[in-house]
Each structure stands twice: as C-alpha cells, then as structure tokens.
Design a protein around this ligand. Structure first.
Ligand SMILES: [Zn+2]
Length: 136
C-alpha cells in the first residue's frame, strides 16, 4: 500500500503527465501521402496552419521528422515540400497566434529530429512560447 500511494503522489504532482506526455496525442489530421493531388483534395487554399512531415514505420505508426507552420497558405507551403517526406499531417487555425502556439506545443512535445531551431514568431509580433523561456 505504501508503494501505491507513492505512485499516486508522483502522478498527482506531474500535471503534464497524460496531457503532453503522449507524443502523438495531437490534433493533426492525417497522415496523408504528400502529393499535389492529395493536398488539393484535403486542404483548402490560403489557410493558416501547421504541419508535421514524416513517414509510417513498419507498425503503421506515423513518425514525425519535422513540424512547421504557414501563416498565409499552408497548402502552398506543403506543395513546396513535396518530395522531402513521404507523408504529412496538418491542422488549420483561425489565427496565426493559435498556429504558432500549436506549433510550439508540438515542437516541445515531439522534439522532431529535423527541427534544429525553435519555431519562429511572425515578424512584428512579440509572441512568446508557452512551453519554454525562449522567444524568437
Ligand atoms: Zn518554446
């Protein structure tokens, strides 16, 4: 019983456990094959949003290689990236601020191997990342 309560205590002081602890608990849609035809079908033009590029492993699990954002046209950005990864996931957002926050959240939760630097904030903003003390 001693051990049980210790485990329960440990869980209770880890508020992020279960919320951010699961790497692929994301609200991204997909994965889809990264091709022009698929992009045209699943993603409207001129949307603000974020994406994850990656591939499916042998178990059929989506492996994220990188995450990114486009504040003006997510589909156009992904079209430029065709060929760099096999598959993608995406989410669209009503505002660039929400896209930025979501991108930062994924960046810190997933630590994508191809993202060498922290997501940047749009020029002219002083937005700060909610997940670290770094602002760019
Ligand atoms: Zn951060």
């Amino acid at each position: 019983m001693e051990e049980l309560s210790a485990a329960a205590q440990r869980l209770s002081w880890e508020p992020s456990n279960g919320k951010e602890g699961k790497p692929m608990k994301t609200s991204l849609r997909g994965p889809h094959v990264l091709s022009f035809d698929i992009l045209e079908r699943v993603l409207p033009k001129s949307r603000t949003g974020i994406f994850a590029l990656g591939f499916e492993d042998r178990e059929g699990r989506f492996r994220v290689q990188s995450v990114g954002r486009d504040d003006y046209d997510l589909r156009a950005r992904l079209c430029e990236l065709i060929g760099s990864s096999a598959m993608f996931k995406f989410a669209t957002h009503p505002t660039a601020r929400q896209a930025f926050d979501h991108e930062c959240e994924l960046f810190h939760a997933l630590r994508p191997p191809s993202n060498f630097i922290h997501p940047g904030r749009p020029a002219g903003t002083d937005w700060q990342c909610a997940h670290c003390l770094q602002f760019h």
